[in-house]
Design a protein around this ligand. Structure first.
Ligand code: M6R
Length: 611
């Protein structure tokens, strides 16, 4: 989704703003722009369609734009096609008010009509131009920027992180957010704002997380926060402990490859944070044992890969803790009228903690009085702050749009909660509890083993590069791995793919199998292997090319299958953590071989803050 950056201080602003925008490229965008307030307050705007490089070339990396205060934007089109005209910043007619915006103004057509009635004209198709002219309208009315911003907030519906320059207030940036991320930073060198921490981490580690409807005034003297009544409020900064390098490629060809290889560490970090020797300590969650014993159902929700983690977790929770679990796609769940007893625990899974539908589902559940637990990676994100309880995954910043290490650490988080519930409810023996805890600590080494064998997957990807349809089939947890494998393949290689519960294929989809269609079977669930093998044989007899990914202890794989890849053995409940690694590599290599933009696949955004 869109990214915003702002800087005001003692240095030339444009290079800093452009540098910050490059750190937000991972969010996805199709055009970019900057606005720099020069001496005397005149504001220069430069915008370009396409990659940031175009904007950097136009401005010589920002050097051509003089001024110590500026804002910038990468736009992921929502209203209006990607074009220079629709790119941000947007401005009023005399360029005395200039703004960038991330989010969606839902009532922009009504607001636009109202402004047109008052004599405004519009040059773009964007809701942001409407937002900018609304601020202009209230500024002309009240002649006071804080008042104009608070009136803006009172009249718009939707989500926004909005940063505004007023010609009358050179050197100052006014900003406000609602449901779109915005962080603020400050050092002696000046004040910064951004959609995400990596954009400004090079300059400051002191980060303020803004809440909905907080107005921020940034100047070189410091940052001040106000509520909508324009009363100053105090906030304390969080010191970021991870360093900028964690968000840099560090010699890897792509962020995705780097993040795939970080998985042994992030899995170890998440396991070791909560499991000390034999002691599983989830006290940080502030969910009492009494409460956890009382819950009668678990509802898991999320989007995309986070939802897929929920599908794995459903099998694990039900089997170990003997609790009924439903897994819900957040964009559906939020609009349903689910039957709730009030004794559920709703778990919202999200890497970014900003996904609009997941956040809305969380709010809906809270409004109904149900307890919520967020499993989130980004510290201080909206979902983390609004949930009753948070379990932070320890993946560090994830830059590649295709999630890998966050997915893996979310799996671990869910295993840990399942173990805790199983123990409390007495549904597994003490001995098996210990075995599973031990097994969790062994996962990082086993993931390393999978990674060490990556050349085999790379070679296979080169043989499969021309495939146009791929089917992933499996049963139980293997089916859950299939849906994640298929999403990964689609999003970065652009190869059409389907994931099927192996037994379901013959109810229609098998008619798509032709000579040479690649069918990838996942076989880690001992009790289900025979059944899935039969389903694979069914497709083989219709001409499919059969590849399988199997636990090293699984027997009974027919010799006629075309390719067999082995992964180390682990307890069946945790096998997704190993199988998914091979599938991430498979998608990665196919994407590279097909010449795609691996880290920033077309049409996609890292953090989906629109509905
Ligand atoms: O930040 P979130 O975990 O809430 O994001 C949810 C999905 O948008 C995300 O998992 C998406 O499906 C990934 N691009 C998949 O790789």
């Amino acid at each position: 989704m869109c990214g915003i950056v702002g800087y005001t201080g003692g240095r030339q602003a444009a290079p800093i703003v452009l540098d910050g925008l490059t750190k937000l490229e991972y969010r996805g965008y199709d055009s970019a722009g900057v606005a720099i307030s020069g001496d005397g307050g005149d504001i220069d705007i430069v915008k370009a369609k396409g990659k940031l490089k175009v904007l950097c070339d136009l401005t010589d990396g920002g050097k051509k734009l003089n001024g110590l205060c500026g804002i910038g934007h990468t736009r992921w089109a929502t209203h209006g096609e990607p074009s220079q005209n629709n790119a941000h910043p947007h401005c009023n007619d005399d360029k005395t008010i200039v703004a960038v915006h991330n989010g969606i103004i839902e009532n922009y057509t009504q607001l636009k009509a109202k402004l047109i009635r008052r004599g405004y004209t519009f040059y773009s198709e964007t809701d942001t131009e409407v937002a900018t002219k609304l601020v202009d309208y209230y500024y002309r009315k009240y002649n006071e920027p804080l008042k104009a911003i608070s009136e803006f907030a009172l009249h718009v519906r939707g989500s926004y992180a909005l940063a505004v320059l007023f010609k009358d207030f050179p050197g100052e940036i006014f900003a406000i957010r609602k449901d779109s991320p915005m962080v603020i930073g400050y050092t002696d060198g000046g004040a910064f704002l951004a959609s995400d921490v990596p954009a400004i981490l090079k300059y400051t580690r002191n980060i303020y997380y803004t809440d909905n409807h907080e107005i921020v005034l940034l100047s070189k003297e410091g940052v001040a926060f106000y509520n909508l009544d324009r009363e100053e409020i105090s906030k304390s900064a969080t010191v970021i402990s991870w360093d900028a390098e964690a968000a840099e490629k560090g010699g890897w060809e792509h962020f995705m490859l780097k993040e795939i290889h970080e998985q042994p560490d992030v899995v170890a970090n998440t396991v070791n944070y909560f499991l000390h020797g034999d002691n599983l300590d989830l006290s940080e969650l502030h969910l009492s044992d009494d409460y956890l014993k009382e819950i009668d159902r678990i509802v898991i929700t999320g989007c995309g890969s986070a939802y897929h983690v929920g599908v794995v977790a459903q099998y694990v929770f039900e089997d170990l803790a003997r609790l009924p679990v439903t897994v819900e796609i957040a964009s559906e769940f939020r609009y349903r009228n689910p039957v709730l007893t009030g004794r559920e625990l709703v778990i919202v899974i999200s890497q970014s903690g900003e996904t609009a539908d997941s956040l809305a589902a969380l709010r809906e559940m809270k409004a109904r009085g149900v307890k919520t637990l967020a499993v989130v990676n980004v510290l201080g994100s909206s979902i983390a702050r609004e949930a009753d309880s948070v379990l932070y995954t320890k993946a560090g910043p994830e830059i590649s749009v295709a999630t890998t290490k966050a997915y893996s650490s979310q799996l671990i988080a869910m295993y840990l909660v399942a173990l805790k519930l199983a123990k409390l409810r007495g549904t597994i023996s003490e001995e098996y509890f210990s075995t599973l805890k031990k097994e969790l600590t062994l996962l990082p080494e086993k993931i390393k083993t999978v990674l060490e064998n990556k050349s085999v997957i790379q070679k296979f990807a080169s043989e499969m590069v021309d495939k146009e349809d791929v089917f992933f089939i499996g049963r139980g947890i293997d089916y859950a791995t299939c849906i994640e494998s298929s999403l990964k393949l689609k999003e970065i290689s652009y190869i059409h793919s389907e994931a099927y519960a192996a037994g379901e294929l013959k109810h229609g989809t098998i008619s798509l199998i032709e000579n040479g269609t690649l069918v990838f079977g996942i076989l880690t669930q001992k009790a289900l292997v025979e059944k899935t093998v039969s389903n694979l044989v069914e497709t083989a007899s219709r001409g499919a090319y059969i590849a399988v990914l199997a636990d090293e202890n699984v027997d009974g794989i027919p010799v006629k299958f075309d390719k067999v890849f082995r992964i180390p053995h682990t307890d069946g409940h945790f096998s997704a953590s190993l199988a998914v690694i091979s599938m991430q590599l498979f998608s990665y290599y196919l994407s590279v071989l097909r010449g795609n933009d691996v880290d920033k696949p077309r049409n996609l955004a890292k953090s989906v803050t629109v509905e």
